[in-house]
Design a protein around this ligand. Structure first.
Ligand SMILES: Nc1ncnc2c1ncn2[C@@H]1O[C@H](COP(=O)(O)OP(=O)(O)OP(=O)(O)O)[C@@H](O)[C@H]1O
Length: 305
């Protein structure tokens, strides 16, 4: 279990993280989704003891990271795969981590196999690794201590589609064994593929959170009418979010609500259907772009994990 409570981080006048609260539950893969600069890395760095909060708190398995006696045994962390020492081989990297954690020898080969690095690859220097290989090595290091919690910042970066599928399967089995996974990404498609629960952050604030199914279902409704102005006005005045989409509009109202609102407003509708995955993508982009402009209030949909 990971808990983030009222977390705020300021850098001078910049509020990188603004009163962020959510939990990542055991047995679930929680995706932390937001555009560049949204505050994901800052949150994960504070969670893993690499930064300090201005206010609020974070815990791993109920304990502050700084108070964990041997953190690598509780929480596996991969924040920046390219930060690994280039002069060491992959194997040396793992052996060093194993010694630092005081683990018995023998786990290294097991982990290399688990992340799909061959013996020959493990003997090459990390500076000669592709980004995808570095991600695999970083994941091996994170898993070495047998932690029950994994925190990964953009772990799919550099992985090809087969690599992303491989990682999804690895994280799935980790969570199915009761582990907690929190991973960040700025790509909705990636999060959609891997996560059970999703927390969306924009401009330092949580703008949506819930299970993936809820958020997909909550992707809303696509509506088209000859009088697009009347359509938009009717939905907006009923308190619904309205986003233009190729001549139609996407709204966060569900199908029945949108139909009722538009019927009551006397708007002749020419198309009314549940928004598909592309709609969610569009809504994510609009939502985060709008948040970046600071002209919308943060909204919470779905349930807290
Ligand atoms: N050390 C720092 N000093 C000043 N501002 C910072 C610092 N670190 C981060 N920021 C700012 O805080 C905000 C959040 O940055 P953060 O790296 O957490 O975002 P992110 O969601 O991880 O983005 P990305 O997807 O690009 O990694 C940004 O506006 C960033 O410029």
């Amino acid at each position: 279990m990971i808990t983030i409570s009222g977390l705020t981080k300021r850098y001078g006048d910049v509020i990188a993280v603004d009163d962020v609260s959510f939990t990542a539950a055991p047995g679930r893969v929680t995706g932390f989704l937001g555009p560049n600069g949204a505050g994901k890395s800052t949150t994960l760095r504070i969670l893993t003891g690499l930064g300090t909060a201005t206010s609020g708190s974070t815990t791993v398995l109920g304990t502050r990271y700084a108070d964990l006696p041997n953190p690598g045994l509780e929480i596996g962390v991969l924040l920046d795969a390219s930060a690994q020492h280039g002069g060491r081989t992959g194997r040396e990297t793992l052996v060093l981590a194993q010694r630092t954690m005081g683990l018995p020898a023998g786990r290294v080969d097991e982990l290399l196999e688990r992340v799909g690095l061959t013996r020959a690859e493990s003997r090459r220097r990390v500076r000669d690794y592709s980004l995808g290989m570095r991600q695999r090595l970083g994941l091996a290091t994170a898993l070495l201590g047998g932690p029950r919690v994994l925190v990964l910042d953009e772990p799919a970066n550099g992985l090809d589609p087969a690599g992303i599928r491989w990682m999804r399967d690895l994280l799935r089995s980790f969570a199915d064994d009761g582990g907690t996974v929190l991973l960040s990404s700025h790509l909705l498609a990636e999060i959609e593929m891997i996560a059970d629960d999703i927390v969306v952050i924009g401009s330092g604030r949580v703008v949506a959170r819930g299970t993936k199914d809820e958020l997909l279902a909550g992707a809303g409704t696509l509506v088209r009418a000859d009088d697009a102005g009347a359509l938009t006005a009717a939905l907006a005045s009923a308190g619904h979010e309205v986003v233009p989409a190729d001549g139609a509009v996407l709204t966060d109202a569900d199908l029945a609500t949108a139909g009722r609102v538009l019927f009551a407003a006397g708007v002749a509708v020419t198309e009314l259907r549940a928004a598909d995955g592309a709609g969610l993508e569009k809504m994510f982009l609009e939502l985060t772009a709008a948040t970046a402009r600071d002209d919308v209030a943060p909204a919470t949909t779905g349930v807290a994990a």
